[in-house]
Write a protein that binds this ligand. Structure first.
Ligand code: AOF
Ligand code: ZN
Length: 414
């Protein structure tokens, strides 16, 4: 076989000379060619999945593409829980365009479902459509599927390949993947701070530490979240609206998200944004037995009040996470202040941190810190971060990492 080694050429290697391949080389080239096009189409399927960012909860974001002879027949993505899954959307798209899917390859970012949920099993539709090959990025961690869909497809004679851009797919559905197994939300602690870890000046000024670019970037975190949580001191100090606003939404209205205030003694001011704006039906104030009854009654006129068990004068966070998980909250964004961050970080209730660092230094003893509280007393007690990623956002640094648990657990695992 004489060729220009097309897969390598597509990867950007410029082979000018003709190349004579043995049969083994030819097989290797075919495999390489397939790996390159699998990655290319899966990347496109992931881009489709991302279109529904913040819309599919408690379902995952999933994209699908149907391909025959290197030509795309149909595209689809899961728009919202209760609506058809990505594979069904792609099959419909192909049918609408008059394409036969017999013998086609399906690229899908998550293993096709195999049981009846809000919608029928996708494995049935894939088999009926005469698909020859299914390429999957990640298996579905949902215990009712978890590899079962792949097994059904294989038993029906369909060739199945898995693990193409698996990390990217798992990253996209990090919150769903946690919630579907643990039934509690995936918790991200987000803070915008100076290089010395201050979220406000000594005078309490917090607007604006980070750049407009970072604040826009942070809106994507809000958009991906099902609920945004703050402590009552943040409501008193900053009067935030906790809505999703975006420059690409331009003239469009802000989007509402569930807004949660940790307020053991029911101190949320009745004239605060979150109790008076158009989204107040989305506000939940979490109180404990320490809250005066009259304050609770006043809050109940504006929002939903949830009575939670207390722990060390605060809210029992594991209880709260279970309460939210039952309600289908898969992705919780904790946005301040320092005491609330510390509470989440020190009670092993945080899975990811998302920290924005502005190139500024406030200094001083009284400026508000990103993680306040008493701090860890022993080396074994502080949370350790792993899988660190950093990105420049305008003049700022965006730092995100998974919480690996406490130092003690991490060293004993090592
Ligand atoms: C797929 N493709 O696009 C999605 C899947 O209640 P249902 O019927 O919508 O099923 C929800 C479950 O299906 C969800 O928990 C997850 O395991 C899977 N999501 N599967 O084949 C899709 N969104
Ligand atoms: Zn499905």
């Amino acid at each position: 076989m004489t060729s220009n080694c097309p897969p390598l050429a597509r990867l950007g290697f410029g082979f000018r000379q003709k190349w004579t391949a043995t049969p083994r080389h030819a097989t290797f080239l075919r495999m390489l060619d397939q790996a390159v096009s699998d990655t290319k189409f899966m990347r496109q399927a992931l881009a489709l999945a991302r279109r529904a960012l913040g819309c599919t909860s408690p379902n995952p974001m999933v994209g699908a593409i149907l391909v025959k002879s290197n030509r795309i027949l149909g595209r689809g993505w899961h728009h919202r829980a209760g609506l058809p899954h990505a594979e069904i959307e792609a099959l419909r798209d192909a049918a609408q365009k008059g394409h036969s899917t017999r013998g086609a390859t399906l690229y899908v970012t998550l293993e096709p479902c195999s049981t009846h949920g809000r919608t029928p099993p996708c494995t049935d539709a894939v088999c009926k459509a005469g698909i020859r090959r299914v390429v999957v990025a990640a298996t579905d961690p949902n215990p009712v599927h978890a590899g079962g869909g792949l097994e059904i497809l294989r038993r029906s004679g369909i060739e199945v390949a898995t693990g193409i851009l698996e990390w990217e797919s798992n990253q996209l559905n990090e919150a769903f993947n946690h919630w579907i197994v643990h039934k509690t939300p995936f918790v991200t602690v987000k803070a915008a701070m100076t290089m010395d870890g201050k979220i406000a000046t000594a005078g309490g000024e917090s607007k604006w530490i980070t750049s407009p670019a970072s604040r826009q970037f942070a809106m994507r975190l809000r958009r991906a979240a099902d609920a945004i949580l703050v402590g009552v001191n943040t409501v008193i100090a900053d009067n935030p609206s906790l809505t999703v606003r975006s420059s690409d939404l331009n003239a469009r209205k802000p989007l509402g998200r569930l807004r949660i205030v940790l307020d053991p003694r029911a101190r949320t001011p009745l004239n605060s944004e979150i109790l008076t704006d158009a989204f107040c039906p989305l506000t939940r104030v979490i109180v404990t037995d320490a809250a005066p009854r009259r304050r609770i009654q006043a809050l109940e006129d504006c929002a939903t009040v949830v009575r939670a068990p207390s722990h060390n004068d605060g809210i029992d966070l594991p209880w709260l996470l279970q309460h939210l998980g039952v309600q289908g909250i898969t992705n919780l964004l904790v946005e301040g202040g320092g005491e609330t961050h510390a509470h989440f970080l020190n009670s092993a209730c945080t899975h990811r941190v998302a920290f924005f660092y502005a190139p500024k230094i406030v200094g001083g003893r009284t400026a508000r810190r990103a993680a306040a509280g008493d701090g860890a007393r022993r080396r074994e007690d502080f949370p350790i971060l792993k899988d660190v990623r950093t990105t420049r956002v305008g003049p700022d640094l965006f730092y995100t990492a998974r919480v690996a648990s406490s130092a003690q657990q991490t060293s004993s695992q090592a």
